[in-house]
Ligand binder design. Structure first.
Ligand code: AMP
Length: 216
């Protein structure tokens, strides 16, 4: 059973890379941003607590986040591996994580800031079926309309220039130091995230030593 953490700034494509790995290797994608958005959309008590912070691109307090991840991993069926995406995001969270779980590797998808901003501002998601789009690579046949289900495409509430600046500030100040900690304890792979999706995916698979399957 394989366990990985994937890291990188927002818009680095780490979520896409995680989903491709999960699709072909029977792994479960555990995205903490997705978990929080699920709570917000479904009006749980936790959702009410975190909605404002998630919308503003601010980090959710560590204790709450740690609780969410612990609960999610407690519920996990350990017959399946996973790719954890979005946690840990600062040194306190990484201490919490490394004291409880270990992983086979940490993959960093590295992308410079200007590329992060350009990509994130072009991100859209179907409000009906949840399909992801990036308008830099994939324009829907009808503007703002999902090709698959005709739902309306919307930007994430935190994908604004201000929200992105806040998240990039947190990334450099708080998340990058996590990599130094991980480098001491876990296998850390750094891949250049500015290349085409399938090239990055092929490098990740090869460096993780995964059995060869055609990358998407
Ligand atoms: P993401 O989809 O990973 O960009 O996460 C969206 C938002 O969820 C972030 O901007 C934070 O508000 C919150 N979030 C996700 N993961 C964490 C975390 N590990 N610690 C604190 N806040 C988080």
């Amino acid at each position: 059973m394989r366990k990985y953490v994937i890291m990188g700034p927002q818009g680095s494509g780490k979520g896409t890379q995680a989903k491709l790995l999960c699709r072909d290797y029977d792994l479960i994608h555990i995205g903490t941003g997705d978990l929080l958005r699920w709570h917000a959309q479904n009006h749980t008590r936790l959702g009410a607590q975190v909605k404002r912070m998630v919308t503003a691109g601010q980090l959710v307090p560590d204790e709450l986040m740690q609780e969410i991840v612990r609960e999610r991993l407690d519920q996990h069926d350990w017959n399946y591996g996973f790719v954890l995406d979005g946690f840990p995001r600062n040194v306190a969270q990484s201490r919490y994580f490394t004291e409880r779980w270990d992983v086979d590797a940490v993959v960093l998808v590295d992308v410079p800031d200007p590329v992060v901003i350009e990509r994130a501002l072009a991100r859209r998601q179907c409000s009906q079926c949840g399909l992801d789009y990036n308008l830099l690579h994939h324009r829907p046949a009808v503007a703002d309309t999902c090709d698959a289900c005709r739902g309306r495409l919307v930007a994430r509430a935190d994908d604004t220039p201000e929200g992105l600046r806040a998240r990039l500030g947190d990334y450099h100040g708080q998340t990058r130091p996590v990599l130094e900690l991980f480098a001491q304890k876990e296998r850390l792979l750094c891949v250049d995230g500015t290349r085409p999706i399938e090239v990055i995916q092929a490098e990740i698979r090869q460096r993780l030593g995964l059995p060869l399957r055609a990358a998407a």
